[in-house]
Design a binder for this molecule. Structure first.
Ligand code: OGA
Ligand code: NI
Length: 390
């Protein structure tokens, strides 16, 4: 079941999150096996997703979605995050470009999140529109893409880590694997309803590949990593697109759309509609991200924190929901090939600088998720090397 976390999110899930996960595990462990035909029927209905629950006309949050009080969202201050202007990053004026590169480097070191404007070439409006039309299809149509095969290149599902979550999340999703070198092979297995889904979503995915390449090239340059062929490896790496739907929720203060988690890869590019909901933890507080109109949100993932030897931060984030408006978001997660062992870049370990992370690969991540350790800390914490304080 742990594999679900990888296959569904490529994120080091709320298993990352000590106290919360313990509570989740407790509630999962304490849950009685389906006591009556009614309760197993109810569970079956819940696994069909939250849109389905809404369509059945529920007016209260079912018990399995209710978080323990300490994990519930409190009102959070809205916050603009650092803005990176791609026009300036492409500027032929060296000083302008250098200043923008420095701003991006600072955002990755500090908050681990920034927003990109003037990105051109990414058709966000069409992507959101087709996503909305997909989630508006009848349940029977969406259900066709529900799969017991967690590695299926296309999969419709609900919650965060459906079979593992003690408390369910108020979220349905369509997961599309779209590794850059394999796009032509996978797109024919994507939903053909709505009729323009494959065309719109594959062209959006490709635009994200180009944007990712541009951003990660800049990040590598900012860190002084010029050799090693990482960019070429990334061209043959993994990309997963999570198309998320968070319907209006009858009791939004008792639950979350996604629990606190960090993303697994190098960078995540996130598109959301005009409804806010993403909250980022700045080390102390949860801040509600309030992006500029048309901006894409970008965050550092676990692999980049490790690869950068801790210079860049993969930060916990979560999603809150609201009682009046449904929200759509699209997260595109980009990383190296899944078989690649990831450790700090050699360039960053020159001159006796100590390595701060153990090497990692997919098998290590899976072992960690099923280990006792996985219940108490984040995956990233499990890879950190504690250096003797000088
Ligand atoms: C994700 C994620 C945030 C959002 O899909 O990993 O963090 O606002 N999404 O939907
Ligand atoms: Ni995320």
């Amino acid at each position: 079941m742990a594999i679900l976390g990888v296959a569904d999110h490529s994120s080091s899930s709320s298993s990352s999150h000590g106290p919360q996960k313990q509570q989740q595990l407790t509630s999962a462990t304490c849950k009685e096996p389906a006591a009556s035909p009614e309760s197993s029927k109810e569970e079956e209905e819940e696994l069909k997703g939250v849109r389905h629950l809404c369509e059945r006309g529920i007016t209260a949050l079912p018990p399995r979605y209710v978080l323990p009080p300490s994990d519930r969202p409190a009102p959070a201050p809205a916050r603009g995050i650092p803005v990176i202007d791609l026009g300036r990053l492409r500027s032929p004026v060296a000083s302008e470009r250098a200043a923008e590169l420095a701003a991006m480097d600072a955002a990755c070191r500090d908050l681990g999140f920034f927003q990109v404007v003037n990105h051109g070439g990414v058709d966000s409006a069409m992507m959101l529109d087709v996503a909305r039309r997909f989630f508006a299809l009848p349940q029977e149509e969406r259900e066709r893409h529900m799969s017991p095969d967690i590695r299926a290149p296309v999969r419709y599902g609900t919650s965060f880590n459906q079979l593992n979550d003690g408390v369910l999340c108020w979220r349905d999703f369509l997961k599309l694997l779209c590794n850059p070198a394999k796009m032509d092979d996978v797109v024919p297995s994507w939903p053909h309803n709505p009729a323009d889904l494959r065309e719109v979503m594959s062209s959006y995915a490709r635009a994200n590949q180009r944007l990712f390449r541009e951003l990660i090239s800049a990040a590598l340059e900012a860190m002084g990593i010029t050799g090693g062929g990482v960019l070429e490896e990334l061209d043959n790496g993994t990309q997963m697109m999570m198309v998320n739907c968070f319907p209006a929720c009858p009791e939004p203060d008792l639950t979350l759309g996604m629990p606190p988690h960090s993303d697994y890869g190098f960078l995540t590019i996130l598109l959301q509609d005009q409804v806010n909901g993403l909250e980022v933890n700045d080390g102390q507080d949860w801040l509600l991200v309030d992006p500029l109109p048309g901006a894409l949100i970008v965050n550092v993932g676990d692999h980049l924190e490790i690869f950068s030897n801790g210079r860049y931060k993969s930060v916990l984030h979560r999603v809150r929901v609201n009682s009046t408006r449904s929200r759509i978001s699209v997260a595109s997660l980009h990383s190296l090939p899944s078989e690649r062992v990831i450790g700090p870049a050699p360039e960053l370990l020159a001159d006796g600088i100590p390595r701060r992370y153990l090497d990692t690969d997919l098998a290590t991540f899976l072992d960690y998720l099923s280990s006792a350790e996985g219940k108490h800390k984040t995956f990233l914490q499990s890879r950190r090397i504690t250096l003797p304080s000088s």
